[in-house]
Design a protein. Structure first.
Length: 136
């Protein structure tokens, strides 16, 4: 009798699986939008048109544009400030590198004219021993 019960339970499980499989297939068929549009194209066009009219009447696009503009307005100023700092640092670095190159070139010219290596105190000094100030 235990064997009959096990067989009955297994048969019941198989029957339940088949019903569930059929139910899932039916749900997939009902939810398949592509199939529904293919079967009823004019109804799909009507639904799409109606949804477009409803959305345009709700001014949701105008509200979304306002929210987006206000959200990006603060971001733009923060980004602008950050970019200003980056550009300032870049310009400062390039300027310092340029001045270093110019100072090195001037030092080489002075060395070639005098024939000796200039001392640190004489680089940038005029005839009277005063150090010229740079305008940077």
């Amino acid at each position: 009798m235990a064997e009959t019960t096990t067989t009955d339970v297994r048969a019941d499980i198989e029957h339940t699986r088949a019903r569930m499989s059929n139910a899932i297939d039916e749900l997939e068929r009902k939810v398949d939008v592509t199939q529904r549009v293919t079967e009823h194209p004019w109804i799909a066009i009507g639904v799409a048109f109606g949804a477009g009219v409803a959305l345009s009447a709700s001014n949701a696009d105008v509200q979304a544009a306002k929210v987006t503009a206000s959200a990006t307005q603060n971001t733009g100023s923060k980004l602008g400030t950050a970019l200003d700092g980056v550009v300032a640092a870049l310009v400062t670095g390039v300027t310092e590198a340029f001045h270093s190159r110019v100072d090195s070139a001037v030092s080489q010219v002075v060395t070639s004219i005098r024939g000796t290596s200039p001392s640190v105190s004489s680089v940038g000094a005029d005839r009277h021993g005063e150090v010229a100030m740079r305008a940077d």
